[in-house]
Design a protein around this ligand. Structure first.
Ligand code: BMA
Length: 319
């Protein structure tokens, strides 16, 4: 048995009894699906930036707000970010946003997938109020997605994790690139790879929400994919990266900590998917709230205790 199996990897996260928190039927305008939301807090409110798939199959990003991060969601009547003809790389949609609060910019950076006939690539935008956005443009050319920015510079450079698909070998691993200005990015450096063979995260992996800074390292929540005869299974794993050198993996869960099990995770447009893009840490209670897309159809949330998550990771090895 793997070393980490005895310490409750399966009990670390608890689904909200209110799941699914957001569904297509409670949207203020007709849509096909709502999923994969970035998350943050603005004052006393939790803000989700939701990926909304319209009834053409094209995605845009719309804000939903709640006082407790669980109930009474108020959904904006119009998108915050929708494909714009001035940005042809978004022609087939904008997807899977991740939100990073960046105090140096007095703004949130939105890292999202911009999709067009060139394939999916990484784009960045900023917002100061979740009412207007300023696009920074394409940061990584196709095929690349699952980008997240760290909240502050390391050694003078912004650090962005992302998931290019390599031309040779067709691998889909997590890499990072650095930038002095959020415009020009360095050549990618490898961080964490899909595991081989029969592992739950063998087909491909990608960052979930932006890593959370903890005294023990950057806490990473990532998705891992297993290819099966009936399609892909998307599950969630954990890792810790070195605070000063985030290409260094200190710990990585051998087991997944959340996988599709509930009806709303097993039934939908893409069955068998939990896909986290948002993480909120409450410093008062040390509770983590993980927001995830379920079956590419609705949004779920699961809670965990940060001290318990870190205690679990201490029992894991680096690979
Ligand atoms: C990934 C992304 C996600 C999606 C997932 C499961 O490649 O495109 O947006 O939730 O597949 O379909």
């Amino acid at each position: 048995m793997p070393k980490s199996s005895g310490v409750g990897s399966s009990g670390l996260f608890t689904r909200s009894p209110a799941n699914p928190l957001l569904t297509p039927t409670r949207w203020p305008y007709p849509i096909n699906a709502v999923m994969n939301a970035g998350a943050t807090t603005v004052g006393a409110e939790t803000v989700l930036l939701c990926r909304v798939e319209d009834r053409r199959g094209i995605s845009h990003l719309t804000v939903a707000r709640s006082r407790d991060g669980v109930s009474n969601w108020v959904v904006d009547a119009t998108p915050l970010l929708a494909p714009d003809p001035e940005w042809p790389e978004e022609a087939w949609g904008v997807e899977d946003p991740r939100l990073t609060r960046v105090d140096e910019l007095d703004a949130w950076v939105i890292a999202y997938t911009s999709f067009s006939d060139g394939g999916p690539g990484v784009s960045l935008a900023t917002t100061q109020d979740f009412q207007t956005v300023q696009r920074l443009g394409r940061a990584r050319a196709p095929e690349d997605k699952n980008a997240v920015l760290l909240p502050h510079r390391i050694d003078g450079h912004w650090v962005m994790f992302h998931r290019p698909v390599t031309v040779v070998g067709h691998r889909a691993d997590v890499w990072l690139s650095r930038s002095a200005d959020l415009q020009t990015w360095s050549a990618p450096e490898p961080v964490m790879g899909a595991r081989p063979g029969g592992w739950w995260d063998a087909a491909r992996i990608g960052m979930g929400p932006p890593p959370l800074e903890t005294p023990e390292g950057w806490l990473v929540v990532y998705h891992g994919v297993r290819q099966t005869v009936s399609g892909a299974l998307y599950r969630v794993g954990l890792a810790l990266l070195d605070l000063d050198e985030p290409t260094t993996v200190l710990r990585r869960s051998s087991e997944w900590v959340l996988g599709p099990a509930e009806p709303y995770e097993l039934t939908g447009d893409v069955p068998g998917v939990v896909f986290p893009c948002g993480l909120v840490h409450d410093p008062a209670t040390d509770e983590l709230r993980l927001y995830y897309g379920a079956a590419d159809t609705c949004i779920g949330m699961a809670t965990a205790s940060l001290p318990e998550v870190l205690a679990y990771l201490r029992t894991c090895t680096e690979d």
